[in-house]
Design a protein around this ligand. Structure first.
Ligand SMILES: [Zn+2]
Length: 470
C-alpha cells in the first residue's frame, strides 16, 4: 500500500512536471534521480508511438514538452514503474519443438538463476518440454527482477494412455512455498464428457467437409480408421454423400478442451449406408466398432497367412514333388525364404505345436466357429499347445522341415472337420469380428442411445446440426 501511494504521489508530481518549467523539472530529477530515469525510460518505451504521433501533429512544440506529454499519456505505466520492483507481469508462451526448460523460462521472462537451476533439473518440467505436443500455453507470473511467482502448464497425457478414455486434465503448478522456495505439484481435474452430434454433407474432400462442420481432426481420424476394413473414406466419398457422427468432447469449466471418442457414425455413399457403433466388451482392454446389429467392422480373419506371397502349389490332386505319386495336396504352398515370420490368420487357441511326420515342424490352431488352420514345414515355433493367439500374432517362422522340396509354407484350412481350399477361406469364415460370447445383451443396451443419436444426426436436413447431451 505504502509503495503504491508513494508511486501515485510521484506520478502526480510527474504530471505536474509535464506542464512546469524546465527548472522545476531539474529539481525533480535531482530529488528522485533513479525513479525518474526509470520512469522516463519505461514511459518512452511504452508510449513511443504516441509521442511520435504528437511530434508529427505538433511540430511547433519544443522537444521537452513532447517528452512531458509522453509521460501524461502513460500515467498508468509510470505509476507501475515507480511502484517499481514489485511490479508483476503475466507472460505466456507455448512449448516449441527442441525447447529446453531454460529456453522456455527465458521466453517467460524468468531470469532468476536459482529458479532456472531448480526448474531446469526438475523431471516434470523436463517432461513437459520434451512432450512438446500441447498447444496449451504455459502461463507465468514474474516480477521485474525476473523471479518466478507462479507458473501453470498443461501436462501431456501419459504415453500409453487411451486419450479417449481418460477424461482428466492434468496441470503442473509452480508456487512459492512458505520458505520462499518453489514447490511443484501436479493437479488433476476431472473433465465433463459431452456428446455431440454432427451431420456433414460431403462436397469435396472429407477432411475439408469435417473441418467445415467443426468436427475435430482427431474424430475424423477415428472415423476413417473405423471404416478402413470396408472402405477407404478418404478416396471413396463423392459430392452428395453424407456423413453423420456422434462423438464425445471433453470439457473443462464449460469449454471444450479435447476431442473424445467417436461413438457412432453413418456414411451414406453411392446409395450404400454403412453404420458403426463403438462398444467395449467386459474385460476387454480395447473397444471396437460394430454394425448396429453387432457384427464387428474389423476383419476377424486375414485373407492369407502370407498375403502377396507366390503360390507354388495349389490345393487339390497333384503329382507329389518328393514322392512322385499322384495324391491330394491338402493345402496351399506359399513361397517364402527360411525364417519368414508366420502369423495366425485369426484368433484361436494352439491345438498342436511340434513335429509330425511329413509336416515337419507344424502348428495347428483351432478357431471359434469350428475352424482349424495348419502351418507346416516351419523352422521354429514361438507358441505352445493350449496358448490363445490373436489375429496377426506371429506363431513361428517358415522353414524346410518334413517332406518338403524347398523352403515354403504349407497352409491348410478346415471347416467343421472338412478340408477346404484355403483360397476359398473368406467365404466360410465370419466377415467381422463377432461380439464376445455373452456380450450381446450388454452390446444392445450400451449402444441403444448411440443408435438413437445417430438416427437424429443423420435425419437432420441442416448442414450442421449440433446438440449436446451432458
Ligand atoms: Zn503343401
Amino acid at each position: 500500500m505504502a509503495d503504491l501511494s508513494r508511486g501515485r504521489a510521484a506520478a502526480h508530481q510527474l504530471r505536474r512536471i509535464s506542464v512546469q518549467t524546465s527548472a522545476e523539472w531539474g529539481r525533480a530529477l535531482r530529488a528522485h534521480p533513479r525513479r525518474l530515469t526509470a520512469a522516463i525510460g519505461s514511459a518512452l518505451l511504452l508510449s513511443s508511438a504516441g509521442a511520435y504521433a504528437l511530434v508529427e501533429a505538433q511540430p511547433q512544440l519544443p522537444p521537452r514538452v513532447t517528452v512531458a506529454t509522453a509521460f501524461d499519456a502513460a500515467v498508468q505505466a509510470q505509476t507501475a514503474a515507480l511502484a517499481d520492483t514489485d511490479q508483476q507481469f503475466t507472460q505466456s508462451t507455448t512449448v516449441r519443438r527442441q525447447d529446453t526448460v531454460q529456453q522456455l523460462l527465458r521466453r517467460l521472462g524468468v531470469t532468476d538463476p536459482a529458479t532456472v537451476r531448480q526448474l531446469g533439473a526438475d523431471a516434470r518440467m523436463r517432461a513437459l518440454v520434451a512432450a512438446a505436443t500441447s498447444a496449451q500455453p504455459v502461463r507465468a507470473v514474474v516480477n521485474t527482477r525476473g523471479e518466478l511467482l507462479q507458473l501453470d502448464a498443461t501436462l501431456p497425457l501419459p504415453k500409453d494412455a487411451d486419450p479417449y478414455a481418460v477424461a482428466v486434465w492434468r496441470e503442473l503448478q509452480v508456487r512459492p512455498g512458505a520458505d520462499g522456495a518453489l514447490t511443484l505439484s501436479t493437479v488433476e481435474r476431472p473433465m465433463v464428457v459431452r456428446t455431440q452430434l454432427a451431420a456433414v454433407p460431403v462436397r469435396g474432400a472429407l477432411g475439408a467437409a469435417l473441418a467445415q462442420s467443426g468436427v475435430p481432426a482427431a474424430v475424423g481420424d477415428q472415423l476413417i480408421k473405423a471404416f478402413a476394413p470396408q472402405i477407404d473414406l478418404r478416396r471413396s466419398l463423392r459430392k452428395g454423400d453424407q456423413v453423420a457422427l456422434v462423438y464425445q468432447m471433453q470439457a473443462l469449466d464449460g469449454r471444450d478442451m479435447r476431442p473424445g471418442r467417436l461413438l457412432a457414425a453413418e456414411v451414406r455413399s453411392h446409395g450404400v449406408v454403412r453404420q458403426a457403433v463403438w462398444f467395449a466388451a467386459r474385460g476387454e482392454a480395447k473397444g471396437a466398432y460394430y454394425t448396429p446389429a453387432g457384427q464387428g467392422l474389423e476383419k476377424a480373419w486375414a485373407s492369407s497367412p502370407l498375403p502377396g506371397a507366390k503360390i507354388t502349389s495349389p490345393f487339390g490332386m497333384r503329382l507329389h514333388p518328393v514322392r512322385g505319386t499322384r495324391e491330394m495336396h491338402e493345402g496351399v504352398d506359399f513361397a517364402a525364404s527360411i525364417g519368414t515370420p508366420v502369423p495366425s490368420v485369426a484368433e484361436g487357441r494352439v491345438k498342436f505345436a511340434g513335429q509330425q511326420s511329413g509336416y515337419g515342424n507344424v502348428i495347428k490352431i483351432a478357431h471359434p466357429g469350428g475352424f482349424e488352420t495348419v502351418y507346416a514345414h516351419l523352422s521354429s515355433f514361438v507358441v505352445r499347445a493350449g496358448q490363445p493367439v490373436s489375429e496377426g500374432q506371429i506363431i513361428g517362422k517358415t522353414g524346410n522341415t518334413g517332406t518338403s522340396s524347398g523352403p515354403h509354407l504349407h497352409f491348410e484350412f478346415h471347416a467343421a472337420g472338412r478340408l477346404i481350399d484355403p483360397l476359398r477361406m473368406a467365404s466360410y469364415v465370419p466377415q467381422g469380428k463377432p461380439l464376445p460370447t455373452g456380450e450381446r445383451a450388454a452390446f444392445f443396451a450400451a449402444t441403444a442411445v448411440m443408435r438413437t443419436q445417430l438416427a437424429q444426426a443423420a435425419g437432420s436436413d441442416e448442414a450442421v446440426r449440433l446438440a449436446r447431451v451432458d
